[in-house]
Design a protein around this ligand. Structure first.
Ligand code: SF4
Ligand code: SF4
Ligand code: SF4
Length: 254
């Protein structure tokens, strides 16, 4: 706690586009009242101070190199609560796509003849390295959900992250289902909370918020197969944001 009794919070970034931190900055502009009840001690995107005394750590980005692990562990040791901010931190997100190719090829593609200069390994969610208390899903996070999560944490409550599919929100919006338009959509297995924004604007859901706790993936694959998709097509749809989870599941199945 700070001298004035406000909880101290800090934001950290690992491998990411920093879009989730930008969403936080954007949210705080609409909700400046939040700054009356917390003290932000570190937030590279928005300030130059680097306080190392904090209770809540919001971490954006994936762990993509061995040296990230020590930094993550140091943050975990200082913070009472660690919150994964966005899909890169929560699920490894798009960063995990490189696992679908030989790592050396990826390094050469990105860094050319300097590929050996840069340390990297397969991207993983921060929970693969440290215990995480809560996650705010999404690529990027939903600004209203971020505010709701912070308020819940300050009240000592569990953050209100839905565990039902995007289809529920989509139906409430009375959208015409993508399947009836001959398109495919991962809404039936994807965690709601985004207001089904993609189908609402005519795009299929690609599961940027990750899967619900008990998705019926086999049934989902049957639906996709009925839509005439090959196994490769199906895996491409499934892996945009969830490569890490899909690979882990396949590895578990052997
Ligand atoms: S989750 Fe998406 S928006 Fe957020 S940092 Fe990662 S790539 Fe950027
Ligand atoms: S468009 Fe997608 S999210 Fe909406 S009802 Fe159909 S499958 Fe579900
Ligand atoms: S509809 Fe799907 S892909 Fe779009 S924001 Fe929601 S969870 Fe992400």
């Amino acid at each position: 706690m700070s001298a004035n009794g406000k909880p101290k919070i800090a934001f950290f970034d690992f491998t990411s586009c920093e879009g989730c931190q930008l969403t936080v900055v954007d949210s705080l502009q609409d909700h400046p009242e939040l700054l009356n009840v917390v003290e932000i001690v570190q937030f590279r995107e928005a300030m130059s101070e680097k306080g190392e005394d904090y209770q809540i750590a919001f971490i954006e980005g994936s762990c993509t190199r061995e040296s990230d692990e020590a930094r993550l562990k140091a943050i975990r040791e200082r913070a009472s609560l660690v919150v994964a901010l966005g899909t890169c931190a929560h699920l490894a997100g798009v960063n995990a796509l490189k696992a679908l190719h030989p790592l050396e090829d990826v390094r050469k593609y990105v860094y050319g003849d300097k590929w050996e200069w840069y340390e990297t390994y397969d991207a993983r969610p921060i929970e693969a390295v440290i215990p995480v208390d809560f996650a705010i899903p999404g690529c990027p996070i939903d600004r209203n959900e971020f505010i709701a999560v912070v308020k819940a944490l300050l009240l000592g409550k569990k953050p209100p992250i839905p565990d039902y599919p995007v289809c529920v929100e989509c139906r409430l919006k009375e959208n015409v289902c993508m399947y009836t338009k001959g398109k495919v959509c991962l809404g039936p297995v994807t965690r709601a909370g985004c207001g089904a924004i993609c189908p609402t604007y005519g795009s299929s859901c690609e599961a940027c918020r990750g899967f619900i706790s008990n998705p019926n993936q086999d049934s989902m694959k049957d639906v996709l197969a009925e839509a005439g998709l090959s196994v490769d097509d199906i895996m491409n749809i499934y892996t945009m944001f969830t490569t890490y989870q899909v690979r882990e599941k396949l590895l578990q199945k052997g």
